[in-house]
Design a protein around this ligand. Sequence first.
Ligand SMILES: [Zn+2]
Length: 168
Amino acid sequence: MAREIVLWPHKVLNSATKPVTEFGPPLEKLLAEMAEAMQEAKGIGIAANQVGESLRVALVGREDGTFFEIVNPQILERSGKVTLEEGCLSIPNEWEKVPRNEKVKVRYQDRTGQWHEVEAEGKLAHVFQHEIDHLDGQVFVEHLSSLKRSLIQERMKKLQKALKRQKD
Ligand SMILES: [Zn+2]
C-alpha cells in the first residue's frame, strides 16, 4: 500500500526539511514510495514531508507524466510574474490562483548525489516553486489572503474530522 499523504494543517508540513546527506537504498526506497503515493493520488508533484519524512526531497511532474527527482534543491534565479491555479495533495479539493515567478533556475542533486541545473517556466516553474516551498515548510495557502486561508483551514478541519470518523 502506498504511504498515506499528510493533510494540512500538520507540524511536519510547516517545518523546514533536513538536507539529504546519504545517497543509497534508503533514499531510493523513499523516492519509490513518493512516486507511488503521487501517482495514486493523481498529483503532479510531491514533497517528502507530505509522506511524513522531513527530508529535502521532492518530485516535480512534467506535462508528459514523467517527473524530476530533486534532492537538496535551491532556486538560483527567478524572473517574471504569473498567476496560475494550484492545488495540493495535502489540501484536497481546494484550487486557488497563486502568484509566483514565471521562470526559475533550480540547482538540485539526483538520487546518486550528482548536481544538475534546470530552467523551467510556466506551469513547470510553478510546480518547482510549490514543491520547494513544501521543503521550506510552506504550503500554497500561505500565498493567499488570510481570509481565504482561514476558510480553507475550516474546511480542512471538517474533512479531517470526517476522515477520522471513517477510521474509528
Ligand atoms: Zn503541495
